[in-house]
Design a binder for this molecule. Structure first.
Ligand SMILES: Nc1nc2c(ncn2[C@@H]2O[C@H](COP(=O)(O)OP(=O)(O)OP(=O)(O)O)[C@@H](O)[C@H]2O)c(=O)[nH]1
Ligand SMILES: [Mg+2]
Length: 222
């Protein structure tokens, strides 16, 4: 097979939906992953934002991750079910320094379960403890996190959107798990380094804030 043929291997597309209370760092995580940036200033997400990044998994597999960054205020709203529908992966995000944000994940998870009640294929659900740079003021104990994972069969992640610690690894592991690909130690170590290649700058600055995403964006999702 020639190089050009190899490059043309079809992309996989995965829809990942990021859920959790306001200020837990969902937008920061998505921005860190897709654009290698972090902003200290908080700008509430109204409705939904989109981010996109292509990654390469073992076996020369190109995977485009569509990250649906859902505003924390959407819980209880009419649109939330629609945002979650069709996701292959769900990231349940809490702030390790905010116990309430962990307790409230139960509500977010219940919505996910309800939306997928009737569907044959269940999304992979990941529990993501963010802000591990603030370990010294952690209030949610790691064993609580682990118990929630075990009880619900969730994949477990601790990250910092601020420092970038384990953020790429988190998205890479989720994508690999969804596609049934095993990552070896070298690949996991590689992803711990800051990877700047292959960034698809989908959300240009300033990041658009849309209550109802444009139809074209919605239709792009399979
Ligand atoms: N120290 C620290 N601060 C963080 C981290 N991630 C996010 N923040 C800060 O937390 C605040 C909220 O971050 P956002 O990413 O906007 O939170 P969000 O979950 O998107 O909030 P909503 O859009 O309201 O749902 C911002 O001031 C961020 O700078 C982190 O890993 N460490
Ligand atoms: Mg946000």
């Amino acid at each position: 097979m020639s190089d050009s043929e190899e490059e043309e291997s079809p992309d996989h597309q995965l829809k990942l939906v990021v859920l959790g209370d306001g200020t837990t760092g969902k937008t920061s995580l998505a921005t860190r992953f897709a654009q290698e940036r972090f902003g200290k200033q908080y700008k509430q997400t109204i409705g939904l934002d989109f981010f996109l990044r292509r990654i390469l998994l073992p076996g020369n597999l190109n995977v485009t991750l569509q990250v649906w960054d859902v505003g924390g205020q959407t819980i209880g709203g009419k649109m939330l079910d629609k945002y979650i529908y069709g996701a292959q992966g769900i990231l349940l995000v809490y702030d390790i320094t905010n116990g309430q944000s962990f307790e409230n994940l139960e509500d977010w998870y219940n919505v996910v379960k309800k939306v997928n009640e009737e569907s044959e294929r269940q999304p992979l659900v990941a529990l993501v403890g963010n802000k591990i740079d603030l370990e010294h003021i952690r209030t949610v104990k790691a064993d609580k996190h682990q118990r929630f994972c075990l009880e619900n069969n969730l994949s477990s992640h601790f990250v910092s959107a601020k420092t970038g610690d384990s953020v790429f690894l988190c998205f890479q592991r989720i994508a690999a798990d969804i596609l049934g690909i095993k990552l070896n130690k070298a690949e996991l170590e590689q992803s711990q380094r800051v990877v700047k290649a292959d960034i698809v700058n989908y959300s240009q600055e300033p990041v658009p804030r849309t209550v109802n995403p444009p139809r074209s964006s919605m239709c792009a999702v399979q």
